[in-house]
Design a protein around this ligand. Structure first.
Ligand code: ATP
Length: 223
């Protein structure tokens, strides 16, 4: 569950990027976050992942009020929310499987168990056989899938992705969306920021739209 109550966000002394945002996403939902460039889509996702604090208001994730979370509780969020940011942050000094192993090492998992899990994650995103490649040797779509494998390897309840189909051709974009749908089908709450209207229309579902400081929820007003 994700719940925003009267959330405002500005950076420093700038204008509000988000103003009085209220919505609730139930477990297992598949939601697009849409709006023009600079509208605040990334900012909204960062608030859910605890990567930015709101300026005002409350953000709840799985029953935890995360805007008030002390630093030591952050590892909770790291497990609960898988994050795929726009520039993927893959490491190019190691191969694909080591990129996926990284969050498991941080979580302190034993190496053999971690290796099994990392291989399973790589298989789920359709990259079996590419474990030993350096990400630099992979196509844009494959790198995006690798970033998804790394985000889901800790089995998060929530997956957030910022423009995961940007710079991809239509066919690769469709495949990436299918990967997200597969995780959503097994219960992972999924939020995807996009400004690709055609793509969103094809996967018609709930959309949270931010435009010129205004917020529209296709599911209607919050409860
Ligand atoms: N760390 C930051 N410090 C200052 N301003 C920021 C910061 N991050 C974002 N902004 C500003 O906040 C506004 C919203 O940015 P955000 O990245 O959330 O938009 P977006 O809808 O995701 O855009 P895009 O589609 O281009 O990625 C922009 O004006 C941006 O310049």
């Amino acid at each position: 569950m994700i719940e925003f109550q009267h959330v405002f966000k500005s950076y420093g002394r700038s204008r509000n990027i988000l103003a009085d945002i209220n919505f609730r996403v139930e477990p297992g939902e598949f939601v697009f976050v849409s709006g023009p460039s600079g509208a605040g889509k990334s900012t909204l996702l960062k608030l859910i992942g605890g990567l930015e604090p709101p300026s005002r208001g409350s953000v709840h994730v799985n029953g935890h009020r995360i805007d008030k979370m002390p630093g030591r509780a952050r590892p909770y969020l790291r497990r609960a929310v898988g994050v795929i940011l726009q520039d993927m942050h893959l490491l190019y000094d190691r191969n694909a499987i080591d990129n996926v192993l990284l969050p498991l090492a941080v979580a302190g998992l034993e190496r053999r168990v971690a290796a099994t899990r990392a291989r399973a994650a790589i298989e789920k995103v359709g990259l079996s056989g590419k474990e030993d490649l350096n990400p630099i040797e992979m196509s844009g779509g494959e790198q995006q899938r690798l970033a998804i494998a790394r985000a889901i390897v800790n089995r998060p309840a929530i997956l957030i992705a910022d423009e995961p189909t940007a710079n991809l051709d239509e066919e690769s974009a469709r495949k990436i969306l299918e990967v997200f749908r597969d995780f959503n089908r097994v219960g992972v709450t999924t939020l995807i920021a996009s400004h690709d209207r055609a793509l969103m229309a094809r996967y018609a579902g709930r959309t949270l739209r931010i435009e010129a400081g205004r917020f529209f929820d296709s599911a209607g007003a919050p409860a």
